[in-house]
Ligand binder design. Structure first.
Ligand code: FAD
Length: 429
């Protein structure tokens, strides 16, 4: 009688988790493993297009893909639930509703969470930018500010409503800033003719000496030049030190009156309801070896893992890092069943894209820098290829072509009462 397949559980259906599942399919076909993917959401989200969702350039549902459908194709069981704790001795995960999920092998691909660095008021007042709901909330907030500015008469009130501060000049911060500015100077300028454009104030605050630190210097300069040319105030060498509902304070003591602070400064490894039962490395991420192994029978990948590649260089928290780790961890899991040695991560940096709005992009492809409209077409093509499923590829392609001719969608789909609670509209309308 053949042995029962080993129960493999993958926590998290993001970039890393999905790649791991695809590799594990080989083991499923051979009857050696059964695989369960557990995720607190029932969809995969394509993060690189969140800035476009936040500005209504790409439709919300077009960047997500149902995990159940993905799993069904691969013969994987999908459980839509949140992992709360891990018992590494009994090898059991506890989920919501008092459910449990036993495992023989575990791949942790739970991603990361926003890091507020303990800055007073940041968690309560800033707008994080990691999830689809964050993008939906930000779009609603932005539209709300424009609607209120349309009704306000006091110039100072209007200026505060129309001030949008983005903390963090990395890829996400630059992209959010660029997309917002593109939306403001096109769609919003047309829709709100009574709002004086000179009151619109978008500020990007970066603690380091340049934008896009870690990427090519020339791209930092292109991004800086582009943002300044479209009217963004870029503040370098400054940190946000406090936030409340109406003000953002910087480390030189200056205060920016604003109701909207977008927080794109950093991430930490995802936490469960109780601490992970294994050692943590940098950024609250699970410490792993060069083969992504955490402990016997346990691997961690992607943003959840503090991993160095075989040269000793830390693997960046980007989608391609998560995908390469996902493939490696799943291969190592299957290799272990064959009694073969584990491989180590040979991280290949395939390049990057940074969207600058207005159908312009800076990119590095296999080390070759490209910028402008050509880079935007390459960006569109590569992202379309990376979307999960032909239907999503078609939907996003349609949005991209549509965006060349029509305005951003400014429909405000959100509960407005929560947003309005702290906005001081004095003097009265
Ligand atoms: C706005 C934005 C733009 C980005 N743009 C780019 C880009 O252009 N290029 C690039 O390479 N990278 C980009 N990134 C980074 C990239 O998205 C991440 O590095 C990548 O998603 C990490 O993959 P992952 O599999 O580790 O985690 P994720 O893709 O974040 O997936 C984690 C999954 O785990 C699930 N999960 C978490 N906790 C639990 C739990 N307790 N129980 C069950 N499920 C759980 C989550 O629901 C999620 O589905 C961007 C990120 C953001 C936020």
């Amino acid at each position: 009688m053949s042995a029962a397949p080993l129960r493999v559980v993958v926590i998290g259906g993001g970039f890393g988790g999905l790649e791991a599942c695809k590799v594990l399919r080989k083991g499923i076909k051979q009857g050696r493993v059964s695989v369960t993917l557990v995720d607190k959401e029932n969809f995969f989200q394509f993060n690189p297009l969140l800035p476009e969702v936040a500005t209504g350039a790409v439709e919300t549902r077009h960047i997500v893909y149902p995990l159940r459908a993905f799993c069904q194709r691969l013969g994987i069981r999908f459980v839509r639930n949140k992992v709360r704790t891990v018992d590494p001795v009994a090898r059991v995960l506890s989920l919501h509703n008092d459910l449990t999920l036993p495992y023989d092998r575990l791949i942790i691909a739970a991603g990361s969470t926003t890091n507020y660095f303990g800055i007073p008021g940041a968690q309560d007042n800033a707008f994080p930018f990691k999830t689809l709901m964050d993008a939906i909330r930000l779009r609603a907030q932005v539209v709300e500010m424009w609607e209120l500015a349309d009704q306000a008469t006091d110039p100072a009130t209007r200026r505060r409503l129309l001030t949008f501060v983005i903390a963090g000049g990395g890829i996400t911060g630059v992209e959010v800033c660029s997309e917002l500015m593109h939306m403001f100077t096109t769609t919003m300028a047309r829709l709100y003719p009574s709002v004086p454009q000179n009151l619109v104030n978008v500020q990007l605050v970066e603690a380091g000496e340049r934008l896009l630190g870690g990427l090519k210097q020339e791209h930092s300069e292109v991004a800086l030049g582009h943002l300044r040319s479209v009217g963004v105030t870029v503040v370098l060498h400054r940190k946000v030190t406090a936030v409340d509902a109406a003000n953002v304070t910087l480390d030189d003591g200056s205060v920016i009156p604003a109701h909207t602070l977008v927080w794109t400064t950093g991430i930490r490894g995802q936490a469960l309801d109780s601490p992970w039962p294994w050692a943590l490395g940098r950024g609250g991420k699970l410490a792993v070896d060069k083969g992504c192994r955490v402990a016997d029978g346990v691997w961690a990948i992607g943003d959840a893992a503090d991993c160095v590649d075989e040269t000793g260089a830390p693997v960046p928290a980007v989608a391609q890092g998560a995908m390469q780790m996902g493939i490696l961890a799943a291969k190592n899991l299957l290799a272990e069943l064959d009694g073969k040695p584990a491989g180590t991560l040979k991280y290949r940096d395939l390049g990057y894209f940074v969207g600058l709005g207005k159908h312009s992009t800076v990119a590095s492809l296999m080390g070759v820098p490209v910028s402008g409209v050509l880079a935007w077409y390459m960006w569109a093509l590569v992202y379309l290829m990376k979307m999960v499923g032909a239907r999503k590829q078609f939907e996003v392609a349609t949005d991209m072509v549509k965006g060349l001719f029509v305005d951003h969608d400014t429909s405000q789909i959100h509960e407005r009462r929560r947003m309005l609670r702290d906005v001081d509209m004095e003097p009265r309308l």
